[in-house]
Design a protein around this ligand. Sequence first.
Ligand SMILES: Cc1cc2nc3c(=O)[nH]c(=O)nc-3n(C[C@H](O)[C@H](O)[C@H](O)COP(=O)(O)O)c2cc1C
Length: 215
Amino acid sequence: MNAPIADLRVDYRAGELELDDLASTWHEQLATWLGQAREAELPDPNAMVLATVDDEYRVTSRTVLAKDIDDRGVTFFTNYTSEKSHQLRQTRQASATFPWYGLQRQATVIGTVELLGKEETAEYWSGRPRTSQLGAWASPQSATVRDRQVLEDLYTTVESRFDGQDVPPPPHWGGWRLLPTHVEFWQGRTSRLHDRLRFRFNPARGDWVVERLAP
Ligand SMILES: Cc1cc2nc3c(=O)[nH]c(=O)nc-3n(C[C@H](O)[C@H](O)[C@H](O)COP(=O)(O)O)c2cc1C
């Protein structure tokens, strides 16, 4: 019999985060922590929990995989007719958290989104396995389906449609880029006095400031 979850407790001692440790830009810091998550062999190190909101303030969240990080933002790929894309088109607002629990860390990116250009989507698409390409054509992501057989049949249909040819990117599939205004790095510390350092874009000055937040 498991103890009640209310009794689950961890004293975080795996590391610390000081201003001197921080890279000079949010994207270098995010790339560094992602690299360390990979070296630590955490499962799905590039997975991030993406929260979106529609124009009636209804919030939803789910995991997606970050596929690129650069000074512009964090890129992920999905179905453009999905629930998340519907919300992103409505409000253009999103937040994504990388949950690196194995390192007693998380990083959270908050900002607005833009659609990736067709060329950028095509570049990423060409490196995907054929089975994933066919799956993207087959799945009406977020729609209700009667049963699994419906999906298997849709897959078989696209498999024969593209038999012997390259699979082009579907018009309903592609990338989004999350353009941050805030990026926070959280490192668990003992006595719940965790380290929280945040890069915040200062529109008046046109640059980024770094601030410590109370845990
Ligand atoms: C580890 C993991 C990685 C995932 N990566 C993606 C992804 O990169 N893109 C995507 O569309 N869905 C991904 N999913 C599935 C989503 O979490 C979600 O079920 C799907 O995108 C539909 O979300 P929506 O109906 O809220 O739009 C992933 C799920 C998991 C657990």
